[in-house]
Design a protein around this ligand. Structure first.
Ligand code: CA
Length: 224
């Protein structure tokens, strides 16, 4: 379980980090909103502890940006003010929980644990290859925490490839399982869908995961 803590006050940040680490969480620390957004983009966190009062871009605006980028990582907002308005604004912006300062570290740890448990409930439905995830319950795909929109056919193709990770998927097998044809329609249907999928899951990311085995088919794997 990896947690991102975003807090500019060094003392608070280090207390929070230590408390979470003691409970077995891996913790990354950011001291401003821009760094937090970059970190959340490149690493899939299990939860984010986000202070509202930050230099530059404040926590609420970081949260709004995350949600507008379809990043659905659970967020616990910290606030020095603890006003009702701010709490409402935070929850409206997409926060999952809210903790006014000063707080007990044990309280913070309990809240973070609850947030990660909530995402953990769906674990059995989540397929993962490197930083690419596919939820077979909700049909949501993400790479490096970025939401990927799939058509239903693309979803079926990706699910097949992810369930067969590191194994070759032949063209005929793909045609049977994704299109339910028991004959080769003799078109470049598979190639077209593979290149669409590649555009979505690989084009803007490293390392490339979807590989062509010339004359044979395709394989989804982390290393070439
Ligand atoms: Ca602060």
């Amino acid at each position: 379980m990896r947690i991102l803590v975003v807090e500019d006050e060094r003392k608070t940040a280090s207390f929070v980090r230590k408390a979470l680490q003691t409970e077995g969480f891996a913790v990354d620390l950011c001291t401003n909103g821009a760094d937090a957004l970059n970190a959340a983009k490149s690493t899939p966190f299990d939860a984010i502890v986000l202070d509202i009062m930050l230099p530059g871009r404040d926590g609420l605006s970081v949260l709004q940006l995350l949600r507008s980028q379809k990043n659905s990582t659970p967020v616990l907002l910290l606030s020095a003010r603890g006003e009702v308005n701010e709490r409402v604004a935070g929850l409206n912006a997409g926060a999952d929980d809210y903790l006014p300062k000063p707080f007990e570290l044990s309280e913070l740890v309990a809240r973070v644990r609850a947030l990660t448990r909530r995402t953990g409930d769906n674990k059995s439905t989540l397929l993962r290859v490197a930083d690419l995830t596919l939820d077979t319950l909700t049909h949501r795909a993400q790479r490096a925490g970025v939401e990927i929109e799939l058509t239903s056919r693309e979803y079926r193709l990706l699910e097949l490839l992810m369930r067969s990770t590191n194994r070759l998927c032949g063209r005929m097998m793909i045609i049977e399982k994704v299109w339910d044809y028991d004959f080769d329609p003799g078109t470049n249907l598979v190639d077209v869908y593979i290149s669409r999928l590649r555009e979505k899951i690989d084009a803007s990311f490293e390392p490339k995961l979807l590989h062509t085995v010339r004359g044979m088919g395709y394989v989804l794997k982390e290393q070439t």
